[in-house]
Design a protein around this ligand. Sequence first.
Ligand code: THU
Length: 133
Amino acid sequence: MPKSEQWIVLAEKAMSKAYVPYSNFQVGAVIETAEGEVFSGCNVENASYPEGTCAEAGAIAAMIMGGGQRIKQIYVMGVGELLVTPCGGCRQRIREFSDEQTLIHICSPEKGIRKTLSMDDLLPYSFGPTNLL
Ligand code: THU
């Protein structure tokens, strides 16, 4: 399992892979699963602007493809003065695979972890798998 600075390095690596010719806004995401496996993603845009995918979505897709199921923690990295928090859609995507213990770390290359949030901080009163039972 990577140590704290290594998570930042992994997030930077993921961010550097972003394909962002339209927004020029690179985002990286790194997930540690409950089983201790690590999966990364970056945002991938395309000429039909709304069809681009977020870094978190890429990391979750990699996690599911790799056999992971639960998010223990996720590092989301971007630049800028404001925190690069997951978009609304990604909050719901993370919610699907999270629990009360899941940590969402908002990071930047310069500052490392800037803020750590719970799923409930990000998406209170969320609708999740148990609502369908
Ligand atoms: N973006 C992410 O990858 N994750 C987020 O949670 C926020 C936004 C991406 C989408 C788009 O490629 C770029 O950032 C600008 O919105």
